[in-house]
Design a protein around this ligand. Structure first.
Ligand code: URA
Length: 197
């Protein structure tokens, strides 16, 4: 909880807390502006992320990039356009299986410290596993989206908006419109936070 960015990144790179350390090519820490105004959180690296060491570089990542662009953000954006992208798990689960509860529990402190260090104005929580980890609920995405949640990190409440995971959207095109509405809600939340800052 006290680690700075470089120490945290090193701790992740050297982590052997669970069995995923034995099958990963490398850890996938996060990407973007470390002082970003926006943070997006996904599930776990897939094959392409494991190979490249960067989150969301595969097909779901291309959709995420389009989603970011639709609200004026990008991985290399600055200021109001800045974003930091991270996953719940920093290592790829073999065969892209779902993260196991024990893996999430061991990896969660890394994500929470990333949220603390970035200190974003809004977090977009994408998919079931990010929701379970950050919002501590098993409720469905459908029941959680459309309103603003709060994530408490280091005594500070960060507004959070829940939406579908990009990989889910690739398979369920009809829900893309809902995801667009979620991004618009997140933008409203951001603008309110920016006006108050
Ligand atoms: N899906 C995720 O949740 N994260 C990635 O980095 C890639 C795909």
């Amino acid at each position: 909880a006290a680690l700075g960015w470089d120490e945290l990144q090193r701790a992740v790179a050297e982590c052997t807390a669970c069995a995923l350390a034995r099958t990963r090519t490398q850890t996938v820490f996060g990407v973007g502006d470390r002082r970003a105004r926006w943070m997006f959180v996904g599930e776990a690296p897939g094959a392409e992320e494991d190979a490249k060491g960067e989150p969301f570089v595969g097909q779901a990542g291309r959709l995420l990039d389009n989603m970011l662009a639709s609200i004026g953000l990008s991985r290399s954006g600055q200021g109001d356009r800045s974003v930091y992208i991270a996953n719940v798990l920093k290592c790829r689960p073999p065969g892209n299986r779902n993260p196991e509860p024990g893996e999430v529990a061991l990896c969660e402190p890394f994500l929470r410290r990333q949220v603390e260090l970035v200190n974003p104005r809004v977090i977009v929580v994408m998919g079931r596993f990010a929701v379970q980890c950050l919002l501590n609920t098993d409720a469905s995405i459908a029941s959680l989206r459309g309103r603003v949640h709060e994530i408490e990190v280091a005594g500070r409440r960060v507004p959070a908006v829940v939406t579908y995971h990009p990989a889910y959207l690739l398979r369920n095109l009809a829900d893309k419109a809902k995801s667009w509405a979620d991004l618009c809600l997140a933008r409203e939340v951001y603008e309110r936070a920016a006006a108050a800052a």
